[in-house]
Every structure is written in C-alpha cells, then in structure tokens.
Ligand binder design. Structure first.
Ligand code: FES
Length: 75
C-alpha cells in the first residue's frame, strides 16, 4: 500500500483480492494485509503472495496467479 502502488491501482487490486477470497470461500485460510513500499515502485503495482512478488499486478494477472496457487479450475 505504498503511495506509488496505491496510485497505480492497488486500491482496485485489494478490492479484487478481497472479492476473490470471499467468492472462493478462502477467507478463513488466507491473511491479507497491507505493506509499506518495497522499493520497486517502477514495477508497481506490486503484490506479495507468500514470498513471491507479482509486478504490474492487475486483476487478470492476479486471478490467473491465485487460481494456480489455490489449484482452482478456471472457467
Ligand atoms: S509503493 Fe509499491 S513498491 Fe514502492
């Protein structure tokens, strides 16, 4: 939630992740929290999942990543 990532769209990204977790009933298994700047603003918006950084995060990239992470079959 650093200011650069926030201004590049992470507000939408957070909303998308929250909805994804709710829709997939994963809320009880996942901790979602904000973080300060990770000093890679030029690659933002940035999302960190476990120890992996996802650069230029958007809904499409995150949905594919999360589907794979949670072994969820896509449409
Ligand atoms: S604000 Fe996101 S990496 Fe700096």
């Amino acid at each position: 939630m650093g200011s650069s990532c926030f201004s590049r769209g992470n507000k939408k990204t957070v909303a998308f992740i929250q909805k994804y977790l709710k829709d997939k009933q994963l809320n009880d298994n996942v901790t979602l929290k904000g973080a300060h700047c990770m000093d890679q603003c030029d690659k933002g918006p940035l999302v960190k999942i476990d120890e992996e950084l996802i650069f230029h995060a958007n809904e499409q990239i995150l949905e594919a990543y999360l589907d794979k992470k949670f072994n969820i079959k896509t449409k």
